[in-house]
Design a protein around this ligand. Structure first.
Ligand code: SF4
Length: 180
């Protein structure tokens, strides 16, 4: 499974990779390869002699059709910023949850396997947009959450509303939305 051409650029112009909960991204092949080597070293996990092979394999599980030479079966759907903004915007204007609940929820999301930065590699730097839309104070754990893979919504906004709606079946078993 490989990119269709040597010069294939992914959507948003960002190469990305994830090992465990650690996510890295970079705008160039050289930079992402260096980051992936360092990530494997940090985790004590052997790295392929050519990290680019691992990066392509990882990304091709997550990229839309057309970027890789082989269609991906059971690949992970990837979203655009526009998709996720549209889902998130539905939460704006709702009653704000109390700060303790927000922190408690974030602490669950931080360790959740469905907290996925790789779902939307271009979804970075959007916290100010969420904060202005959801009208709440920033809390530190925001930096460690990204998009919830259960329903493709920014976690920072999701945790902020008092009535977040019915938990999707795709939520993790320990999701605070199941036990709220
Ligand atoms: S499934 Fe629940 S706990 Fe996990 S990231 Fe989504 S909202 Fe957070």
């Amino acid at each position: 499974m490989r990119f269709v051409t040597y010069n294939t650029m992914p959507p948003g112009g960002v190469f990305f990779y994830q090992l465990g909960a650690d996510y890295v991204s970079a705008p160039s092949r050289l930079q992402i390869c260096a980051k992936v080597k360092a990530l494997h070293l940090k985790h004590g996990v052997p790295c392929h002699p050519d990290p680019w092979e691992m990066i392509m394999d990882h990304m091709c599980q997550r990229l839309p059709s057309g970027y890789c030479t082989e269609p991906v079966e059971n690949g992970v759907k990837m979203y655009t910023v526009a998709d996720i903004k549209a889902n998130t915007q539905k939460l704006f204007g709702k009653m704000v949850a109390d700060p303790t609940s927000i922190r408690d929820r974030l602490s669950v999301c931080v360790g959740c396997k469905l907290n996925k930065r790789s779902l939307c590699p271009t979804c970075t730097g959007l916290l100010p947009w969420i904060l202005s839309g959801s009208k709440r104070a920033k809390v530190s754990a925001d930096d460690f959450v990204s998009v919830c893979a259960a329903d493709a919504v920014f976690i920072s906004a999701l945790v902020s509303v008092e009535q977040e709606g019915k938990a999707p079946d795709t939520c993790s078993d320990n999701c605070w939305r199941r036990h709220g």
